[in-house]
Design a binder for this molecule. Sequence first.
Ligand code: ADP
Ligand code: MG
Length: 484
Amino acid sequence: MQWETVIGLEVHVQLATRSKIFSGASTAFGAEPNTQACAVDLGLPGVLPVLNEAAVAMAVKFGLAIHAEIPEVSVFDRKNYFYPDLPKGYQTSQMYQPIVGAGEVEITLEDGSTKTIRVHHAHLEEDAGKSLHEDFHGMTGVDLNRAGTPLLEIVSEPDMRSAKEAAAYLKAIHSIVTYLGISDGNMAEGSMRCDVNVSVRPMGQETLGTRAEIKNVNSFRFVERAIAYEVERQIELLEEGGKVVQETRLFDPERDETRSMRTKEEANDYRYFPCPDLLPVVLDKAYIDHLRDNLPELPADKRTRFENELGLSAYDASVLSATREMADYFEEVKDVCGDAKQAANWVQGELSGALNRENLSIDNSPVSARQLGELVARVIDDTINGKAAKQVFQALWNGQGASADAIIEAQGLKQVTDTGAIEAMIDQVISDSPAQVAQYRDAEPDKRGKMIGYFVGQVMKASRGTANPQQVNQLLKEKLDALC
Ligand code: ADP
Ligand code: MG
């Protein structure tokens, strides 16, 4: 039997506001426990929440970026449950009238093909605090700093058909929210986490299979691994004549498996109702238009522009637009050197290679975009050859000079194109290598092409890498052939 995998994702994105969604307490990461939760976050009697306008604007920007409907009215609801890290006894969320309606996200797969994933809606809510089980013996600590941090929950339709598609979707969301600047997207710090809904069904069947929901997966890799395990578990279960039960599961990265947390029967009844402390959010057209007019260029548009206007290949365009930092860096190199193709080659070649080797991200590159652009310009105008350019790059990387020009000057790397100077070096090499010259002379004419490499190497060495390689080749061939 052939099985089809069906996946839907609920992605929680922490919004990059400075204060919380309903209070003025700071959202900064890493503070001493319980120093950033105020009376509102703690739900003390007599306090009232005030909605943070920045969180609303960020949610709407996301909605506009995925071409979603933005309803005129949205409403906050209370989701009631009891847990130590939720001091109010309810989470303020949006159940029935979310701030962002249906939209779509385009994903790019490894083979370069694209697919559209529908977004059902996105809603605003507050985060809960954190229970700390490791730090105290026989006790649980509660840190409420995170309570009230604004989250945007983005709920997809069950449109993904493989672990790879799910990971690509998550990457697309990551790229959109970081381009928009509405989240730092830092998955290690929990700024983006997702619940992964997985089911399988016989190939060709219309109705969806029963799903399991894997909670709180916090890396691209874990999403793929959790799905791979879960799909195998469900197929095995069904093929043995069993049934998948609708339940919540946890992914354990150490053991690479998912485990049951609670089944539907044990699920909470959240008793949702509209929050009486918060007014409905009413957005007028002028407000939405203003946000739309000020959206930055988004990843998909940038990719298309890199391809169509700059003439990059589809592959180059997708790599260079993958993150805003990468795209900005590339564009500055291109503007400084004036050649998109060369800029693309250098950013993806020499620069990315060096960054990978030292495990650095592009915003921590020791070579700035301006410095690289100036170096590439010197290759384009033939001031230096390719070999010297690599030397200059290394020197910039090591901080041995402030600019390509300064290094070229200090290290004497300027390309020698003066024919007389090159001929003098060639004559010297020829007179120093009688044995190789004799070999060359005795060789069949069609074997000589290969043997010339030795002489080119010697001349390049004599010039300390600065001779123009095409000229060296050309002149050497003439002089050697004259000896035959
Ligand atoms: P709930 O309200 O119980 O959380 P939803 O219907 O809102 O359930 O769906 C939550 C997520 O689960 C959505 O992303 C949706 O696409 C996905 N989903 C729903 N049914 C299935 C299924 N049978 N298989 C895979 N994903 C599903
Ligand atoms: Mg859900």
